[in-house]
Ligand binder design. Structure first.
Ligand SMILES: [Zn+2]
Length: 270
């Protein structure tokens, strides 16, 4: 699943290729990929030029002349930029044909991704974006502390709560707990104000490092499309041996999500 750094890489890559392109037609091959009326989606966007691409959490927002639409890649969504004459590939559910003869296609093997028209001027205040918490860069430690200091939920689970903070997925939640040297099962209420501030600052650093690593893939993508996926350096997620103490990494489910941690390094319970 793409996480915030990957989505940011997709945003930067797409910006490089499609800003200034005018949409000649929108071809919808699978109606349900559009939230709302797919016909309205098509007629609204046809004739407009893509002016910018914004990102809020893991949502991409394509800004056009008069309207905007958002796109969430969910599990497997990705974009392909092709010559318009290229035959439709399997799982390509949507195509934006541009007046210059190229096309942007949305491909999604699992069909979980969604696109939706939104108001160009108010999308940050409107649903679904309005219900998202701040990204770690905008998070106020006092407010986050106030929200978790009665919570019995594991800190790992709280990190994934997009209402609390947005943009942290399973991979980075594992990495953040590792850097905190904290047992991911620690209840939120055990964290002091100081530790919450630390949690936010470590979240920022880890996402920034990943964005910086993803930056090297910008302006190039292969036949697999623009997924934003890149080789990120992970300490604990999907790892077998702890890079710090060489112990075996433990994998167990915490509230339904695969959680990796080092029982030797991550002893802190708060
Ligand atoms: Zn270790």
């Amino acid at each position: 699943m793409p996480e915030l750094p990957e989505v940011e890489t997709v945003r930067r890559t797409l910006k490089h290729f499609i800003i200034g392109k005018e949409i000649k037609d929108v071809q919808v091959h699978y109606d349900k990929i559009i939230t709302g009326d797919s016909n309205q989606f098509r007629t609204t966007l046809t004739g407009q030029t893509i002016r910018d691409i914004d990102r809020v959490g893991k949502y991409l927002i394509f800004i056009l002349d008069r309207d905007a639409f958002l796109s969430h890649l969910r599990m497997e969504g990705k974009y392909n930029i092709v010559d318009a004459s290229t035959p439709l590939r399997k799982h390509e559910h949507l195509g934006f044909l541009f007046t210059d003869g190229t096309a942007l296609r949305y491909q999604d093997t699992r069909k979980f991704g969604r696109l939706e028209l939104v108001n160009k001027d108010t999308y940050r205040q409107d649903l679904p974006l309005s219900k998202l918490g701040p990204e770690p860069w905008d998070a106020d430690p006092a407010k986050i502390y106030a929200k978790i200091h009665h919570s019995n939920l594991p800190i790992k689970t709280l990190l994934l709560d997009q209402h609390l903070m947005t943009g942290i997925g399973n991979i980075y939640a594992n990495e953040i707990c590792f850097t905190m040297k904290m047992d991911p099962r620690t209840p939120g209420k055990r964290l002091s104000k100081k530790r919450v501030a630390e949690l936010i600052s470590i979240s920022q650093n880890i996402l920034e490092q990943a964005i910086a690593q993803g930056g090297t893939t910008i302006h190039s993508f292969n036949a697999n499309g623009i997924t934003g996926l890149f080789q990120i350096q992970l300490n604990v997620h999907s790892q077998k041996i702890c890079p710090v103490c060489q112990s075996t990494i433990t994998k167990e489910m915490v509230r339904g999500r695969g959680t990796y941690y080092c029982k030797t390094c991550q002893k802190k319970r708060g």
